[in-house]
Design a protein around this ligand. Structure first.
Ligand code: DAH
Length: 356
């Protein structure tokens, strides 16, 4: 390969063979840079020749100038070409070394799924959020005042027995229901104005665990307070919510019941989605499934929380996500939710088409 063919190297005192050898033996960017410095660096051969030009005659100066400029231009081109060549080679090498073997088997990642209870809570939250409700949470360690007294369950009230409690001290207990959150919200509402909330969370009772009882479970409380709220609002709201949750074809049935914090109190049933009221094991041959408790907020509860019962009325309800999940997904033992057996959770997610 011949370099600098058009440059009169002899006239600037450079031996063509030596230079050609120097160029062809370059093997790295470092070599290239060294050669560059040798010729056109600050103290390089060519730079020094430029410096010496002042001592030459005008003619020679001119000739020398042309030769040196030619050299510098072509030499710089060669240097840049070489740098590019080595850089390309380096990149090629790198790409080759970093090659990904796409045929290698992927590492299987264990991705978790959404727990069935969380799924049901999310679903119920979405239904009520779409109707303009806020989601509110309260403490799991609750006072006797909020868990019972404000909810019209004074000390020694017989209905307290049905909510066998884990007391921590005389005043503090693990909440037995999410209903205290409604009392807390009414208390905290300084303007004593309208409220529209649902309150999901964990609750605790001293039950012996079996297929249908768990000492820890979840509840979702709902509360609407405003002027002129009636049973019609309760019925309409719950009918819409339950049809969204269990299917548009479901029928909803309202039955009188008793809760200390509501008057009247109402229990709500959904027509059995398994047998469509024909009678089966799920609905215990009744055609109906009991799904939640509800009612018109008792005037005492409104008063206890600073609301004027002659101005405001409201409705409340409480629903158990475990029961909903058991019904919706055909789960027979409530303990399955809490023993965290991965085979159950994986199975559930597979049924739901989720990750395993
Ligand atoms: N807290 C009740 C329970 O644990 C459920 C409930 C029933 C809540 C009726 C309500 C309601 O707000 O109105 O059994």
């Amino acid at each position: 390969m011949e370099y600098l063919k058009n440059v009169d190297l002899e006239s600037i005192g450079i031996d063509r063979k030596t230079l050609e050898k120097e160029i062809s033996s370059l093997s790295s960017i470092k070599d290239v840079n060294e050669l560059k410095v040798k010729y056109i660096g600050k103290k390089g051969i060519i730079t020094e020749l430029y410096g010496k030009m002042s001592s030459l005659s005008v003619d020679m100066k001119k000739q020398m100038g042309i030769n040196l400029n030619k050299f510098k231009t072509e030499f710089t081109e060669i240097i840049e070409e070489m740098i590019k060549k080595f850089k390309d080679e380096e990149l090629k090498q790198k790409l080759e070394n970093d090659k990904i073997d796409v045929t290698l088997l992927a590492t299987k990642l264990n991705i978790g799924g959404v727990h069935p209870i969380t799924k049901v809570i999310d679903e119920i939250e979405d239904i009520f959020i779409s109707m303009g409700y806020d989601v509110v949470e309260g403490p799991e360690i609750e006072t006797d005042l909020y868990n019972f007294e404000k909810l019209n369950l004074p000390k020694n009230h017989p209905a307290r027995d049905s909510q066998d409690s884990f007391y921590i001290t005389d005043e503090y207990l693990l909440r037995t229901q999410t209903s205290p959150v409604q009392a807390r919200c009414m208390d905290a509402n300084e303007k004593k104005g309208p409220i529209r909330i649902i309150c999901p969370g964990k609750t605790y009772r001293r039950d012996n665990d079996d297929a249908t009882h768990s000492h820890q479970f979840t509840q979702i409380e709902g509360l609407v307070i405003d002027e002129g709220i009636s049973l019609a609002h309760l019925k309409g709201t719950l009918e819409i919510a339950l049809k969204k949750l269990f299917g548009a074809d479901r029928e909803i049935r309202f039955r009188p019941s008793f809760f200390p914090f509501t008057e009247p109190s109402i229990e709500v049933d959904v027509s059995c989605f398994k047998c469509n009221k024909e009678g089966c094991a799920i609905c215990k041959n009744t055609g109906w499934i009991e799904i939640l408790g509800s009612g018109i907020v008792h005037p005492n509860v409104l008063k206890n929380c600073g609301y004027d019962p002659s101005k405001y009325t409201g409705f409340a309800f409480g629903i158990g996500p475990e029961r909903v999940a058991m019904l919706k997904y055909g789960i027979n033992d409530i303990r399955d939710f809490y023993t965290n057996d991965l085979r159950f959770l994986k199975d559930f997610n597979r049924l739901e088409g989720g990750e395993q």
